[in-house]
Design a protein around this ligand. Structure first.
Ligand SMILES: Cc1cc2nc3c(=O)[nH]c(=O)nc-3n(C[C@H](O)[C@H](O)[C@H](O)COP(=O)(O)O)c2cc1C
Length: 432
């Protein structure tokens, strides 16, 4: 059997903890998950009052776990992701898998049985946030897309789904043009290789599950869904099968999204569900709180890799960090000349239009540690000469009043000629 989420948690958390609770009341879940939004430990709840599923969050909530998943060190996450993207391993279709051991079809489906929670006071209802949505390209059925979307429980067999500009929306529009519903399957309780691959921003036509295979070091085993023409990872704990009906939209939202504000209700797509399958072992229902560390790490990774790739031939980049807020970026470099920070800032802004603040620090500053970054800004930047302000509406484009726009780049590096003077004080080595 291939490694699943349970196996990964035993392996991937070797240096960071998992907080495992035996029992939590469903009504306490939202606040408990909120309390974990910026913790580094995973949270696993074996029993949620009134539900037959376990509950887990914060699976990839820190870079050490991400590095363990990618079989590398924290400083090498970005080059390693690029190397996996260039060495894909196509998935392998198999006849059966644990994700289909238990089968609820048609009238037996009741989505209310999933321990999906209402995260925030004004959210429209209960949401699934860690589901990977799979769909095939009807013109090229050998290609199947995978992406993550917020999904609202709207009825016994109905979900609301938010499709922003992206590949799933393109597939749905193509199907709709032909008057067809789009068949989909949503996988929950997946191995983090599949989750990281699904939000990696691969070009259309490149299989995210082939990236998951590269990360795993072996072809991902997938099985054909029971009621739709979609393949799903055998190792997922829960699969929801259904269709996005053509021409149908219903009110979805408000929802407190990754920016920490409510997005307004809107007419969004729906999914009519035909079947739910799951493992015989108590399935793990995974959930990601929007705006949590886990969310920003997953959302930021594709732009970190993009920025790293754009800079890597020209500069000695030692780190790129878009956490904990994906509009702000810290880049650490081994600086070769004093013009570099501004070239880097301009390049980063052009790679990622939503970027608002970009800070460049020296390699002796840990760009993943905000205390260290603030220390560098406090001691190594000069607001009058070392910052570049760009008037632009592009950053934080969800501000309807455009009062919080513009971009600021900060060079928080030491001028090359003064490198020795600004060396950091380090503790005296212990003598054993
Ligand atoms: C927790 C989480 C929730 C997300 N929710 C949505 C969403 O509701 N709608 C959306 O279009 N993208 C959402 N995304 C982002 C997409 O999954 C991501 O951009 C993905 O790369 C898109 O896939 P594609 O390249 O196949 O279009 C979410 C990402 C994460 C990590």
């Amino acid at each position: 059997m291939q490694e699943n989420l349970r196996h990964f948690m035993q392996r991937g958390y070797k240096s960071r903890g998992i907080n495992s609770l035996d029992f939590v009341s469903y009504d306490d879940l939202a606040e408990l998950q909120y309390a974990y939004r910026n913790k580094e430990e995973a949270l696993v709840i074996n029993r949620v009052d009134g539900f037959e599923y376990s509950f887990a969050t914060n699976i990839v909530a820190n870079r050490t776990v991400l590095a363990n998943l990618l079989n590398t060190e924290v400083d090498d996450i970005h080059p390693k992701m690029l190397s996996y993207m260039q060495n894909l391993i196509s998935p392998k279709l198999v006849a059966s898998g644990p994700c289909q051991e238990m089968r609820l079809i048609g009238h037996d489906v009741d989505l209310a049985n999933l321990p999906a929670i209402q995260f925030n006071e004004e959210d429209a209802g209960r949401y699934l946030t860690a589901g990977i949505v799979f769909a095939k390209d009807r013109r090229n059925p050998s290609f199947q897309n995978a992406s993550v979307h917020r999904v609202q429980l709207q009825g016994k067999n109905q979900l609301g789904i938010r499709l922003e500009k992206g590949h799933l929306l393109a597939l749905q529009q193509e199907a709709e043009k032909a008057g067809q519903d789009l068949e989909v399957a949503i996988a929950i309780g997946t191995h983090p290789a599949e989750m990281v691959a699904s939000v990696s921003g691969l070009d259309y036509g490149v299989s995210e599950m082939a990236l998951a295979g590269a990360i795993r070091g072996e072809a991902l085993e997938m099985v054909h869904a029971l009621t739709v023409d979609v393949d799903v990872p055998t190792t997922a704990d829960i699969i929801i099968e259904g269709v996005i009906p053509a021409y149908k939209r219903e009110l979805e939202g408000p929802f407190g999204d990754f920016q920490g504000y409510y997005v307004n209700p809107a007419q969004n797509h729906i999914v009519i569900v035909n079947a739910v399958t799951h493992t015989k072992d108590k399935p793990i229902f995974t959930s990601i709180r929007a705006g949590s560390h886990e969310d920003s790490l997953l959302l930021g990774l594709k732009n970190e890799v993009k920025i790293y790739e754009a800079l890597m031939g020209k500069h000695k980049v030692t780190g790129v960090n878009l956490s904990p807020m994906v509009f702000n970026c810290i880049i650490s470099i081994e600086k070769q000349n004093d013009a570099e920070p501004h070239e880097i800032i301009e390049n980063a802004f052009s790679q990622y239009p939503w970027l608002k603040y970009c800070v460049v620090v020296d390699e002796d500053v840990d760009c993943y540690n905000m205390e260290d970054v603030w220390w560098a800004i406090g001691t190594r930047s000069n607001p009058s000469t070392g910052s570049s302000f760009i008037k632009s509406d592009a950053s934080y484009n969800k501000d309807p009043y455009h009062i919080h726009s513009g971009k600021l780049g900060i060079d928080a590096t030491v001028p090359c000629q003064y490198k020795h003077f600004f060396r950091r004080a380090k503790p005296k080595k212990s003598v054993y």
